[in-house]
Design a protein around this ligand. Structure first.
Ligand SMILES: NC(=O)c1ccc[n+]([C@@H]2O[C@H](COP(=O)([O-])OP(=O)(O)OC[C@H]3O[C@@H](n4cnc5c(N)ncnc54)[C@H](OP(=O)(O)O)[C@@H]3O)[C@@H](O)[C@H]2O)c1
Length: 418
């Protein structure tokens, strides 16, 4: 059935009652490919909340790189995970702001009408890891709207009650939907995994990207000096505005990026470029970085291991350029460096990080707000690295700026594109 996406902000039911169907952007296995092909709007049944679950009316949804991977079906198909086999569709979207619409049995902290943002970590309450180690260690751990369906690119989303956080009152719906996944990930990487401290020096790859804009702000807030790597001077200006000590335009060091399959001579030349890059970084920071903030992977990882200071830490949560990493391990062991894996955040980290947003100490960085009809296009922009900061999608909100109920700094607007 054709779905009229211009009507997604209209609802004929009050909080507490769900309609039978909703408009949703859906990825199906047979459509895997470029985001503009893989995502299509369909009419889907609205899910009922189970025990300790909540159905939220999505007012705005945030766009993340994970659903570029979901669209491509790479490096793995999401259909192997979570509740996908049960429902046979993937409704992506791992960031949302919205209104609690219906709560399941056992939910006591939230009621219909509450305004919320959603963090994207799910785990079973029955796994012992959740109750003593970390929900990210639980065998049931999954990222909502990526490893599960019922994500936020739909009029309603189904989440676990523990995923809900109060919506910062001073933010509009689109601002509130824009930061969770990348900001909470950057928070765990720096504060909990790499133990960021005042006075640290930090190298941030992709500093104007989704993770980078928050890593940069967290360094400034903590009293650490950051240098951001970017691919244009406009992005560099944004990174400095966010509190970085300086930036490096990676186009001036294009030869340092690892492609794979280099000959020994090419590898030697690449290494020389990496050395030149580390000198530029040290020139800005006044010394080598204590922490390298990694998510680019294959292209940059050898340089990250080289650049970080002895006993320093490379903390990594992703691999945009490729996940099979190779690097000269002598620089790791001789200099006793550490590599730390990190993945999203737990509810406690998300809560603490959200408080910094509520206090206006960390601000969302919003590049563009788009209508519900633009979900596929927005993912294509990420795929083509043509974005700057975050993209939000209006779903239940009819226009930008709705949902602000208090005073405070809104999002920083990133005004230039790549
Ligand atoms: N595990 C987790 O919990 C988690 C959470 C969030 C994200 N991630 C992953 O982390 C990665 C980044 O996410 P994001 O939201 O920050 O994405 P993003 O908004 O696309 O930003 C990434 C930045 O990396 C830089 N970059 C891209 N390709 C590069 C290359 N070949 N060499 C050097 N720099 C390159 C680009 O900046 P410049 O062009 O300006 O250099 C880009 O802005 C993605 O792969 C994502 O899936 C993982």
């Amino acid at each position: 059935m054709a779905v009229d996406v211009s009507q997604v902000a209209q609802l004929e039911v009050e909080p507490g009652t769900l309609p039978e169907t909703m408009a949703a952007w859906v990825i199906r296995e047979e459509r895997f490919g470029e985001p503009t092909e893989a995502f299509q709007v369909e009419e889907i049944e609205v899910p009922e909340p189970g025990a300790f679950e909540v159905v939220v009316r999505v007012m705005a949804a945030g766009v993340n790189f994970n659903n570029v991977w979901a669209a491509l079906g790479e490096p793995v198909s999401v259909f192997r995970y979570g509740d996908h086999p049960e429902f046979g569709h993937h409704i992506g979207g791992s960031d949302a702001s919205g209104i609690v619409w219906k709560v399941g049995d056992g939910v006591t902290r939230w009621k219909p009408g509450d305004e919320v943002v959603v963090h994207c970590n799910q785990a079973s309450y029955e796994d012992p890891e959740v109750h003593g180690l970390d929900p990210l260690a639980a065998p049931s751990q999954m990222i909502w709207g990526y490893e599960t369906t019922w994500g936020s690119f739909a009029q309603f989303t189904k989440v676990q009650a523990q995923q809900l956080l109060p919506k910062p009152a001073h933010l509009s719906w689109e601002e509130a939907a824009s930061y969770g996944l990348t900001y909470f990930t950057a928070y765990r990487m720096l504060l909990d995994r790499a133990k960021l401290q005042a006075g640290h020096r930090v190298l941030i790859w992709g500093a104007a990207g989704g993770l980078g804009v928050f890593a940069t702000q967290l360094c400034a807030l903590t009293g650490a000096d950051a240098v951001g790597v970017v691919s244009s001077d406009e992005k560099g200006a944004l990174v400095e505005q966010l509190g970085a000590k300086g930036y490096v335009n990676r186009n001036e060091f294009a030869g340092m990026l690892r492609r794979g399959g280099e000959s020994p001579e090419e590898e030697k030349a690449r290494f020389k470029e990496s050395r030149r890059f580390t000198k530029a970084v040290e020139g800005i920071l006044g010394g080598p970085p204590d922490i390298v903030f990694e998510h680019v992977g294959k292209a940059t990882f050898p340089t990250s291991v080289l650049a970080v200071k002895p006993f320093g830490k490379v903390v990594i949560c992703g691999a945009t350029s490729g996940y099979t990493l190779d690097f000269d391990v002598r620089y790791l062991w001789m200099r006793q460096k550490e590599i730390l894996g990190s993945h999203f955040a737990n509810a406690w980290e998300a809560t603490k990080a959200n408080e910094l947003i509520e206090q206006g100490k960390v601000r969302p960085v919003l590049w563009q707000t788009m209508g519900f009809d633009k979900v596929a296009e927005a993912h294509q922009l990420l795929r083509d690295n043509k974005h700057l900061g975050k993209i939000s999608i209006l779903v239940g909100a009819a226009a930008e700026g709705e949902g602000r109920r208090g005073e405070g700094p809104g999002a920083i607007r990133a005004e230039v594109g790549a």
